[in-house]
Design a protein around this ligand. Structure first.
Ligand SMILES: *Cc1c(COP(=O)(O)O)cnc(C)c1O
Length: 412
C-alpha cells in the first residue's frame, strides 16, 4: 500500500491484521499441499486431518482434478447462464447419474448447480416452499420446514434463523420465519412437528459441525416414513457427509433412505473451487421456472470441468470403498485411544469421527496436535473432528493417528 500524506489510514484490528476477525485459526500458515500432506511457511510438513471440512475429500491437488481445471482454464471459464456451454449438460447428466438413483425413487432426477453450500441449502428451501404452494396446496406464505437442533446448514440470514448456536445467530436478527426445530435423532418429536403447512424436513443425516453426531439406526427410516405419510419432502444436507466421506456416495445410503432432494457442495469442487448443487425429484426442482432462481457463477464452465472430474473419481466406487476401509482402521485406533483413557468416547461413520477429549478443550487438543505435525479442528467444547482425505494411504493414516495419540498424551 502506498502511504499518502494526510490520507486516512485504513482501520486495522488490534492484531494488526487487515482481515475481519470472524475466524480464529490455529497458528500455522500453509504454503503448499499434496495429497494428505501440507507444508507450512517454516518448511514443516503436517498431515491434514480436516481436509477442508471434507472439501478436500480427494486430498490436496489431486492430479486428475488439477489436470481437468488446467485444461478448462485454457478453453473457457465462464459464460453465465445467459448462454449454455458445452460442459453444463454433461455435468448435470453425470451428477444425476451418480446421485439420481440414490434419491427420488422411481422418478427422474434433476440437477441445479450453485456455488457454495449455503446457496444449495437456500435453493432447496426455495424449491420446497414453491413446491408446497404450487403442488401441495399450502396457503400462501405459510410454509414451514422442520429442522433439527444442533444443525449446521451455512451462514446466510435465513439459514442462521434456524440455527441454535448462539455464536451463529446472536446479533443477526430479525430472523426468517417458517422453521421449527426438534431434537436430532427423535423421530416422534419430528413427526409431531409436521402439520398441514409443512413442506419439508431438512436434516444433515450425520451432524458434522455438531461433533459428527450419528443418529440411531431407525431414525432416518422413521423420518422418511413420516414424510411419506404427510406428503412432506425429505431434504438431506449432504454437503459434508456426501461424496464418499461415510464410505458411501451419500450418508443416507447407510440406512437405505432416499431423500427427495439432496444438497451437495464441499467435495464437489474437488478442493479447487466452490461447486454446489441440489439434486432431486424432477417434479420438485421443476417448479423453478426461468427467472425464478439463479446464480451468475452457478454451473460455470470451470466448475463443471472440475465437478465432472469429481464425479468420474466417484463413479467406480473405489474411493468410497477406501474410505470405508480406512474408516475401520480409524475405528481400531480410536478404540485403543479410549482404552488408554486418552479419549472419553467417539462417534464415527466411515472416515469421519468426532472425538471427545477428557480434559481441556478441543482447541487445546488441536494445538497439541499441531505441535506434533497433524492438523485437526475442534467443534464444540471438548470435541474435535477427524476427517482426513479419503485418499490417505494406510501408512499416512497410521502416522497421523500415532501423532494424535502423542499429542493427546502430552495433554494428560
Ligand atoms: C459446510 C456446510 C454447509 C455450508 O457450506 P458453505 O460452502 O460453507 O456455504 C452447509 N451444510 C453443511 C452440512 C455443511 O457442512
Amino acid at each position: 500500500m502506498t502511504a499518502v500524506a494526510g490520507a486516512a489510514t485504513p482501520s486495522r484490528s488490534a492484531s494488526g491484521s487487515a482481515l475481519a476477525p470472524n475466524y480464529a485459526p490455529l497458528p500455522v500458515t500453509l504454503v503448499a499441499g499434496e495429497g494428505a500432506w501440507v507444508t507450512d511457511d517454516a518448511g514443516r510438513r503436517h498431515l491434514d486431518l480436516l481436509a477442508g471440512y471434507s472439501a478436500l475429500n480427494f486430498g490436496h491437488r489431486h492430479p486428475a482434478l488439477v489436470a481437468a481445471a488446467h485444461a478448462q482454464l485454457d478453453r473457457l471459464t465462464l459464460t453465465s447462464r445467459a448462454f449454455d456451454h458445452d460442459l453444463l449438460e454433461p455435468f448435470a447428466r453425470a451428477l444425476a447419474g451418480l446421485v439420481g438413483p440414490l434419491v427420488a425413487p422411481g422418478r427422474d432426477a434433476l440437477v441445479l448447480p450453485m456455488n457454495t453450500g449455503a446457496e444449495a441449502v437456500e435453493t432447496a428451501i426455495k424449491a420446497a416452499r414453491k413446491w408446497g404452494y404450487e403442488v401441495k396446496g399450502v396457503p400462501a406464505d405459510r410454509a414451514t420446514v422442520v429442522v433439527a437442533h444442533g444443525n449446521f446448514h451455512g451462514r446466510t440470514t435465513t439459514i442462521v434463523s434456524f440455527s441454535d448456536d448462539p455464536d451463529a445467530r446472536d446479533g443477526f436478527g430479525p430472523f426468517t420465519p417458517g422453521f421449527r426445530a426438534v431434537p436430532f435423532g427423535d423421530a416422534a418429536a419430528l413427526r409431531a412437528a409436521i402439520d398441514e403447512t409443512t413442506v419439508a424436513v431438512l436434516l444433515e443425516p450425520v451432524q458434522g459441525e455438531h461433533g459428527v453426531v450419528v443418529p440411531p439406526a431407525d431414525y432416518l427410516p422413521s423420518v422418511r416414513a413420516a414424510c411419506d405419510e404427510a406428503d412432506v419432502l425429505l431434504v438431506a444436507d449432504e454437503i459434508q457427509s456426501g461424496l464418499g466421506r461415510t464410505g458411501r456416495t451419500l450418508a443416507c445410503e447407510t440406512w437405505g433412505v432416499r431423500p427427495d432432494l439432496v444438497t451437495l457442495g464441499k467435495a464437489l469442487g474437488g478442493g479447487i473451487l466452490p461447486v454446489s448443487a441440489v439434486v432431486g425429484r424432477a417434479d420438485v426442482l421443476g417448479v423453478l421456472t426461468a427467472g425464478t432462481h439463479g446464480s451468475t457463477f452457478g454451473g460455470n464452465a470451470l466448475a463443471c470441468a472440475v465437478g465432472l472430474a469429481v464425479v468420474d473419481l466417484l463413479s467406480p466406487g473405489d474411493v468410497q470403498a477406501a474410505a470405508a476401509e480406512r474408516g475401520r482402521e480409524l475405528g481400531t485406533w480410536l478404540d485403543a485411544l479410549v482404552a488408554d483413557g486418552l479419549l472419553t468416547g467417539y462417534r464415527r461413520l466411515g472416515l469421519w469421527a468426532g472425538l471427545d477429549v477428557p480434559h481441556g478443550t478441543g482447541r487445546a487438543a488441536c494445538e497439541a496436535m499441531l505441535r506434533e505435525g497433524v492438523l485437526a479442528k475442534d467443534t464444540h467444547g471438548r470435541t474435535l473432528r477427524v476427517a482426513p482425505p479419503l485418499t490417505i494411504t494406510p501408512d499416512d493414516l497410521a502416522e497421523a493417528l500415532a501423532r494424535t495419540a502423542r499429542a493427546l498424551r502430552s495433554l494428560g
